[in-house]
Design a protein around this ligand. Structure first.
Ligand code: ZN
Ligand code: ZN
Length: 206
């Protein structure tokens, strides 16, 4: 296509941080441009239990498809999240693929309430939740936070059968062996033991 051919190095999509420039995106609906870029993770990409290590480089594949009044942006890649097993507290890494897809609409077309953009299901909720294209750029941050962090496991474990730690002494149960136990008794049993103990003492009196 002539439009694509006019673009230097065939790169239609320019990226800065997580912001894509759409300046060179072909305007014909259906036009699709793909690119890959390396994203260096900044601080603050974390959940309660897992995080993306700041400074890590994440390769991201992006495809931008023009629709009437906006674009569909798809972003794919994989990340390694680090944290601790919630059972044994060992350091763990969680490898996770992400697939994000979102409609971005131009602010102008969003205001045209009487003319819903083609390719977007309906106005109303869908349009309100669609992300805006600002100054010919789209910011992938929210999209990727949803695709990566919102999908991350809430209770990551080192393995599904992790035994965790002994609640009494804190030892790793996988190291402690199957015989590990503590000899303190339930207060109810202690009371019984006392009862039998007294009986034992009283028996010689019989
Ligand atoms: Zn564990
Ligand atoms: Zn123990």
């Amino acid at each position: 296509m002539a439009v694509v051919a006019s673009i230097v190095d065939g790169v239609a999509v320019e990226v800065k941080g997580l912001v894509l420039s759409l300046r060179n995106q072909p305007v014909e609906p259906g036009a699709r441009e793909e690119t890959s870029f390396d994203w260096t993770v900044p601080k603050g990409w974390e959940t309660e239990v897992l995080r993306l290590e700041p400074g890590t480089v994440v390769p991201i594949d992006v495809a931008v498809t023009t629709i009437d009044g906006g674009v569909i942006v798809e972003a794919n890649g994989s990340v390694t999240l680090t944290g601790e097993c919630v059972r044994c507290l060992d350091p763990i890494e969680v490898h996770q693929d992400f697939h994000a897809s979102e409609v971005f609409v131009y602010e102008d077309s969003r205001r045209e309430r009487n003319r819903p953009a083609e390719g977007i299901e309906s106005e109303g909720d869908e349009m309100d939740s669609a992300l805006l294209i600002e100054r010919d750029t789209v910011d992938l941050e929210r999209l990727l936070r949803d695709a990566i962090l919102a999908e991350a496991p809430l209770q990551p474990v080192c393995s599904e059968d992790c035994l965790g730690i002994c609640v009494h002494c804190g030892i790793l149960l996988r190291d402690a062996g199957p015989d590990h136990k503590h000899e303190f008794l339930d207060p109810r049993f202690a009371a019984l033991e006392g009862f039998f103990g007294e009986r034992d003492e009283s028996e010689p009196r019989d």
